[in-house]
Write a protein of this length. Sequence first.
Length: 103
Amino acid sequence: MKLAVIETGGKQYKVAVGQKVQIEKLDKDAGAEVIFDKVLLLADGEEVSVGAPYLKEAEVKAKVIENYKDEKKIVFKYHSKTRRRKKKGHRQRMTEIEITGIK
């Protein structure tokens, strides 16, 4: 089973073929194909390749399933003794992808 570690949106994800992954928003429509060339690690059974920092000639192909907003995160700031409060919500834009190939 092939595994890879890719970098996108400033985060690293461990992926395998057929896996669905939620990542930070990509500017692609649903059904589009995406190629990740920032591959940090590639494992195929007993054979493991580690990049410094990225592997050349390695890429991961994926298909965009949907773009959506994640659940709301509440940001609450409170200062004691001054009775100051600030409440704010944030919904991160996300993209769900399905890994179609690792090479």
